[in-house]
Design a protein around this ligand. Sequence first.
Ligand code: ADP
Length: 849
Amino acid sequence: MILNDGAPLGPESLKIFETLPYHCLILSPDLRILNASNAYLQLVGRTRELLMGRNVHEIFDENLNWRRALDAGMEQSFQSALESGQRHEMPVVQFFIPNWTAPDTTPKESYWKMSHTPVFNEAGAIAYVIHDINNVTEQIISEQYLQESLEMEKQATAKANLSSRQMRQLFDEIPAQIAIVLGEDLIYKYVNPAYEREMGQGRGLVGRRVLDVMPEVNGKPIWNILKDTYQKGTTFVEAEIEIPLPTEHGNEMVSRYFNLVYQPFKNGRGEIRGVLSFKYEITSYVLARKALEQREQETKDLNERLNQAYEELMASNEELNVTNDELEGINEQLRQSHEQLRRLNAELEERVNLRTQELTRLQEKAESESERLRFLLNAIPQQVWTVDAEGHLLAVNDVLCHSFGETAAKILEIGMSSFTHPDDLPAAYQKWEEARRSGHEYQAEYRLRFADGSYRWHLGRAVPMIEDGAVTMWLGTNTDIDAQKENEQRKDEFLSIASHELKTPLTSIKSFNQLMNRVRDGQQMGIYIQKSYNNILRLEKLINDLLDVTKINAGKMIYDIQPFDFLEMVRETIENMQLTSSTHEIVLNSCEPFEIEGDRLRLEQVLINLLDNAIKYSPGGEEVLVRVALEAKHVIVCVQDYGVGIDKNHVNRLFDRYYRTDNTAMRFEGLGLGLFISADVIKRHYGTYWLESEPGKGSSFYFRLPLAPDTAPGPIIDGHTSYEDAHISVWYNPALNQIESRWKGYQEVDSVKRCGLKILELLQYNRAKKLLNDNTEVLGNWSEAAEWVANDLMVNLESAGLKYIAWIQSKSAFSRLSAQKAADMTKVSIDMAFFVDRTAAEVWLADKN
Ligand code: ADP
């Protein structure tokens, strides 16, 4: 490009240029300012002189505002115009053009477009460059507006799309039923899922006519309303429409409530295209509201009642007010009484204190009384119990607990019926009910189970305790009647045996009498008469025995006590007995004759019984031995046989009424009365009896009688260290620090008691701990004294300090049994041992300290 050096323009040209309404500069190719239009100068607020000849870059560089042109590439633009020879336009530049006439005002934001146009001379070289600047502010702003509105439109469209989607989603999710039906035929265009569920029942509604879906609505008001909405464009709004609809299973109709809106659906031009149906179920709300209304009604009713009550209250209040006035008067009186009361109270307190002390004393007394009662209950050697009025067990004594082998607590818990034989319970209950009803004494017999499992018959008795006219408690006892029961049983057996025994001789007598009627032979007749007589005798004896028992029982047996020759009586009895027995020989072994005071016939009866038994119970035997001896003013008689003998279990009871041992009862005739009668006779003569027997070998029955009732021997020596009489010798052995006793001969209750007390006396005096008790010489039975020995003598001996007894046994079985009985019964803790041999007993005792 050829550049001119910028030859000056003619004045006219310049004038024209200066007045041009454009903002422009004429520049030399090296960009010096050659001239500026007036408009330019005005725009930039400079004089021509300030600009002329200066480099355009420098000018622009001086001003921050103008420098924007440089930053926007003005230099490049010049360059481009110069190089290309073409007009070059710069991008729009923003300037802040000050208002030169009012410099204080804020420059206005404006946009300018600058261009550089090369001007060629005739030689085709660039002579000038026209720099012009155009205000494009309006254009730029309108472009910006355009751009913004386009942007806004875009956003609006996006927003519209979004809200349409949201609207649809909203319609889908809204719990209301929404449908849009279009056209004259009202065809479903849109239904939301809730509407589809309710009305379409899954068949798909869109595209179908309302009437096809719900033909039943044709002609109904709702259909007309829908049609009116479409045709007339009226909006229909109805709240709480009640529609009866089938339940889920369709078997029942229930009322449901809806809010309904039919809204005409218009297009952009406002023409009705269809109807929007909006149905919203409010059943739960309506029901809740109805419930609330009902509640409100109830509350209202209640309120009314309360109001009434309040009014009544007010009325009573009024009355109360009146009463209050009266009360105030009374109050005054009360105040006075109060003072009086206070004084009384103090007195009362004093009295209560005294009463409390009294009560405490009484309570203590009651406690000690109940303690005493307990003691009494336990002191009674019988089973004792108490029950309340209903029959609940309240207390039992130790004896009862011991018998049942249970604690009192356990017995109270399970009741006495648990120990009663089940067979006896119904009768016992019945008796109890009768007693409760009548309030009379209760009495029943029942079997009670003992700790060892055995049942024993008891007589239960209870008496009511009556306080203030009512039964508060029953006090009862159980008495062991097992032995009586057994006796009763034996009595029953006895009656049947007795009738049999009586019948047998009678039958014989009858037979012999018939025979006697028939025989003519005198000798034969004599035999029959004798046999018949024997049976009469037997019958007589049986009847006499029975009569005797009756007399003994009634205490009416009369004894005719006379001195008589005892041995003579024995001999005569033996002779008579021998006449009736051809099988046995009765042998008498006797002492010298002597006299005795007694009832001859009764003692004879004793001997007859013993001889009768000796013969009867030794069927294979040939001999019966009778011994009579005198000892210390007593006669001892022994009847010995070699027969069946007696088991030792029966020995103690043989002398009881009706008692017969099992092995003899079946084999031998008898009523079990002989020994009972004999025992009574002996006792009435102050005598004793006993027996010694071995089964299979025979028995010895003894009885011992005083020659005269007052023949008991007195003491021989009496002192603090020794004592002796006919029954005992007792002495203190100082070397061994022990008491030694030697019992002698036959013992009975009196002798045992007297001698026992002598032992106690010597023991106490000499403070001994050991007793050597020798029974070797003891004869006979003293079992009646055994209980006294166990419960009295032993207890006293223990209290006196006795610790050990060496007991040398008697040779007499009866005596041994008596000793054993005493030892078994006693509850003391004395160490006792039995010996056969004296030396062994001495050795054992020597070992004790
Ligand atoms: P019973 O009429 O039965 O003989 P007792 O009272 O005389 O009546 O005798 C009672 C029982 O004692 C007898 O049933 C018998 O079992 C027994 N008994 C009496 N004496 C003897 C004896 N000598 N030998 C064996 N048992 C006897």
